[in-house]
Design a protein around this ligand. Sequence first.
Ligand SMILES: [Cu+2]
Length: 317
Amino acid sequence: MRKPFTKAWIARLVSSLYLLAPFTVTAHSDNHYGHRSDGHAPIGVMADHFHNQGEWMLTLRTMNMSMKNEKTDFTVPVTASTPLEMETQMTMLGGMYGLSDSITLMMNLPYLDREMEMLMPGMMGGAASKVTTEASGFGDLKLGGAVRLRETETDRLHTTLMLSVPTGSIDETANMAMPGAMQNEMLLAPMMQLGSGTYDLISALTYVAFQLKTSVGAQWKNVVRLDENDRDYSLPNQNQATAWLAYNVDDSFSTSIRGQYFTRAGVDKRWDVGIGANYISDGGHRIAAEYLVPVDHDTDSVMEAQDYWAIGYQYSW
Ligand SMILES: [Cu+2]
């Protein structure tokens, strides 16, 4: 279990970002929060907002996650192929369109690049060897929309519902042969595949409240697998609760801190914390970045998350 962020460290981060915020409340900001630098959640939060009728938005974001085997005892020779490290790079193209002030249509298409380094046991007492497996291609297409439940001058609440269509491959293989041995093409593990192979329902509820210089938000999100895939499994259902605090440094720049609780049914529970920044410019351009690390992890998998980062560009008109 890794605890890179101590409580004192987090307290220092929070105080430096937030307690320096001016307490003197001046005139009411005439900015609609959609145009505030913290008008969108930290970039790692999906489906955090909705649009007014006729508004379009395109998002290009790239997210990176690295994992490491922290459970296997490597002081004794491995007897089966054992994962060492894994890295996933996901680049996602997203589109949003305000069908009305109450309903926003949304689509998302990820492109994935996964790489895993594995340790293969030596044959007939020989030394173990490292093999790198790789899978890349389009993932599962997500289609759906957001429904506005509440919108005032200072807060908003909406729900999103998306259907994940199994466009991503679950048939990725790699050559796992020992050097000099015969080809041995093997199916990669589910975590290395590009899609879930199932139709999944993704639902979320998001609330954000805006003060003069700060905003607070929270989102609950749930992923339910609706069936079993062609290879007779389904990935675990997911639950995710996250909350963030953002501070507007000025009209175009905001910083954020965020906490996240994530579960995969029957597999793991994880707490993450992170920091982010949003920059918005005239003409509807927005650039944002976020970095998160797990602070607590309880998992049945040998692979444990190390860190995540996301960088995104959004253009709306
Ligand atoms: Cu949008």
